[in-house]
Design a protein around this ligand. Structure first.
Ligand code: ADP
Ligand code: MG
Length: 692
């Protein structure tokens, strides 16, 4: 076929790429690897980054230590071997001002891709090595014409593949974009596009391919990001509705027996938020659908008692309830709380952890095998294969983010499709939770028990340490208790444990010799750990030097001072959890942070955030911004964001907008075009998420 005929043939968005000029079978294959089969696909193959040629430095101006972008022509090149067997590709670049050597260690194959006379755009650091040398982080081969260098325009850099370089893709897209753009129409509801304040699709595509500035490229991206978020929201909503309809489970009956008696016996009034949460949970449990609910509430908001009410509802229906906690310490604490609260009703809760002696384990197993009402508290021992329940009706997973997907699913898999309640204080921003957790209903406890005072948080300069210890001794004199959390130590748990013991010894022998110091870490035998915890909770110890075993859940209301050593090395969520160990009673509490010897900028930024913000939800938003969503996503279930254009950390506003629009769309008559597009783009991913 002659090249000219492609020009005269009318082009459609679904014209196969093989009809395009310059695309033979080889290229078509390469394009397919980039998911480009049609001319229209080319338009949606958008740059993954941009080089702004207006900020290019002249070669003469480069100095060692600088980080710069230059554009120059290759005047010589070659591969040089080193003594260590490493092969280095080197090229000398020249622009109007001078020359510089550029060196790519370990990339000899570049010799085939880069030819003398071609123009390269190179970004990297400059160092001194027999003269000035550039170490490229990235480069773009601009080819023999210097199209990219003219007029300070923004250079689009496209994802490329073997056999089809950036330059070839750019040429292909450049050659057809003027013909293709007029064929594109906006297919999202115009009102939604307007509300989201993003450009219409044809304009957006022009902006991302041929931006006049980086800002314009970003504006174009926002339209594509909005579309992705809208698609995800539409599919999630649809999947959720389907999943709910399918989820039949136990219909409990609200007999107001044990639950009413517990309410009467509580030493405090439930907060409005606790009452609201219970109403939602009871409604779930009493419906014939299976409950699958996440209860989110900041540290100290009183989730445990909510779980206990739910458990009693199961018990008064003749069922078993299991509450799983991530640490033995926390399981033991829950047990103590439940034993105390349930004693008047003659209910004896059961503890099941991995460290239980064989005989006790056997006894526990026997009680669980009876089809009688039973409350079991435990660790992941609850989900081991050997553990069976005769009539499990409710599975509660406390601090659920500390468990893997498999463990969470395993507890729900015990018994006869029990209702599932997940609880977490590690605040995942609500928006993200809804996007990530598939068919999960979310309840938020947005209120702390009355009388809780904010916990002033301060970074203590090292020089103040002696004064600070004296102040802690005074606090103890006034009846308070304190936690001192030891630095994270590299190495095994036993190394960490030893460090904690050393610190405790040091403090007990020195600055805190007047008070009673205890030490708690994960390596202590269960009995000893229990004993230490019981003594601290009972006031027989004043200061508890501990590792992060106390991070989650520990509840000693009289403790009012939290000291964190090397605080900048902890994550923000972790710091917030640690601070949450105090401020649980009516006394004024405090949180003090010591910096490590060499805090990083990010570490300092975390401390600043903690000092300035009290709400876990605010901190979660900040955390998300500081770390990007990748981390959170990784920690949650999907592992990998399938979003190509949207960035959850950056596009929060668009996400909110998209959620609204998805609701409007699905509550109304729907929109086949948009829904089909959503299916094509994300159907498979969402189906996987919801099933997983
Ligand atoms: P978290 O939500 O962090 O798990 P907990 O359930 O451990 O919080 O509750 C923290 C503390 O607050 C506990 O000592 C608990 O007894 C107490 N508490 C819970 N609800 C209330 C309430 N409505 N009024 C007063 N104290 C409460
Ligand atoms: Mg808790």
């Amino acid at each position: 076929m002659s090249a000219g005929s492609a020009e005269t043939r009318r082009l459609f968005l679904d014209t196969p790429v093989t009809y395009l000029k310059g695309v033979g079978p080889k290229r078509a294959e390469a394009l397919l690897r980039l998911n480009i089969a049609t001319a229209g696909d080319l338009l949606f193959h958008v740059p993954h980054r941009y080089e702004d040629a207006s900020t290019v430095a002249s070669i003469a101006s480069l100095e060692p230590g600088m980080d710069a972008t230059v554009i120059g022509q290759v005047v010589s090149k070659g591969v040089i071997p080193t003594r260590k067997g490493l092969r280095i590709f080197q090229a000398v670049l020249r622009d109007g001002t001078g020359m510089i050597e550029v060196s790519w260690p370990g990339q000899p194959y570049l010799d085939r891709q880069i030819q003398k006379g071609e123009t390269l755009l190179v970004t990297g650091s400059v160092r001194f090595f027999h003269g000035r040398q550039m170490q490229p982080r990235e480069f773009v081969n601009l080819g023999d014409d210097d199209e990219g260098t003219s007029g300070g325009r923004v250079l689009s850099v496209y994802p490329a593949t073997e056999g089809l370089g950036v330059k070839a893709i750019r040429a292909l897209i450049d050659g057809y974009i003027d013909q293709l753009l007029p064929l594109v129409v906006e297919y999202l509801p115009p009102s939604a596009v307007a509300r989201a304040r993003v450009p219409l699709l044809p304009a957006a595509l022009r902006m991302v391919h041929r931006p006049t500035s980086i800002a314009e490229a970003e504006e174009g991206r926002s339209r594509l990001a909005f579309e992705e978020l809208l698609f995800v929201q539409i599919l999630m909503r649809r999947a959720n509705a389907l999943a709910r309809a399918r989820r039949n489970g136990i219909a409990f009956e609200n007999r107001r027996d044990l639950t009413s008696r517990l309410k009467g016996a509580l030493p405090f009034e439930l907060t409005g938020a606790q009452v609201r949460s219970l109403r939602e949970i009871f409604a779930d449990m009493c419906s014939d659908r299976r409950m699958h609910r996440l209860l989110q509430g900041d540290v100290g908001s009183g989730k445990t008692i909510v779980a206990l009410f739910a458990a009693l509802l199961a018990l008064e229906n003749g069922r078993q309830a299991a509450i799983m906690a991530p640490t033995e310490l926390l399981a033991e604490q829950h047990l103590r709380t439940f034993v105390r609260l349930l004693a008047p009703f003659g209910i004896v809760p059961l503890l099941l952890t991995g460290r239980l002696p064989a005989r006790e384990r056997r006894e526990a197993a026997e009680r669980m095998a009876l089809a009688a009402p039973l409350l079991v508290v435990g660790t992941h021992a609850l989900v081991q294969d050997a553990t069976t329940f005769a009539r499990l009706g409710l599975a509660v997973i406390d601090e659920q983010h500390r468990f893997g997907v498999e463990q969470r699913k395993a507890l729900g898999g015990k018994g006869e499709r029990p209702d599932v309640l997940l609880m977490s204080a590690t605040p995942i921003p609500r928006s993200l939770a809804l996007t990530l957790y598939g068919d999960l209903d979310v309840t938020v406890i947005d209120e702390l028990p009355a009388g809780r005072l904010p916990v002033p948080t301060r970074v203590v300069p090292a020089a103040k340490r002696p004064d600070h210890y004296r102040w802690i001794v005074e606090q103890v004199g006034a009846g308070r208790q304190a936690y001192i959390v030891c630095p994270l130590v590299e190495g095994s748990e036993s190394v960490q444990a030893r460090a904690a013991e050393d610190e405790a010894d040091h403090l007990a022998a020195g600055p805190l010799s007047e008070v009673r110091v205890g030490c708690l870490h994960g390596q202590l035998p269960a009995a000893e750990r229990l004993d230490v915890m019981r003594r601290f909770a009972g006031g027989a110890l004043d200061v508890l030097v501990a590792t992060t075993v106390i991070e989650v859940g520990v509840d000693v209301p009289n403790a009012s001072v939290m000291v964190v050593e090397d605080a900048d090395r902890f994550g923000l969520a972790q710091l917030h959890q640690l601070r949450g160990r105090v401020g649980r009673g009516s006394e004024q509490s405090y949180c003090f942070l010591y910096e490590s010897a060499e805090p990083t900028d990010e570490g300092r930024a975390r401390l600043k955030a903690l000092v300035e913000h009290a709400s876990g939800f605010d901190l979660a938003e900040i955390d998300l911004e500081m770390r990007g969503e990748g981390h959170l996503l990784g920690r949650l279930q999907s592992g990998r964001s399938e979003l190509r254009h949207a960035r959850l950390s950056r596009d929060r506003r668009l996400l909110e907008e998209a959620r609204e629009d998805a609701r409007t769309l699905l509550d109304g008559p729907g929109d086949p075009v948009v829904e089909t597009a959503a299916d094509e783009r994300f159907g498979a991913v969402i189906a996987g998420l919801v099933r997983g």
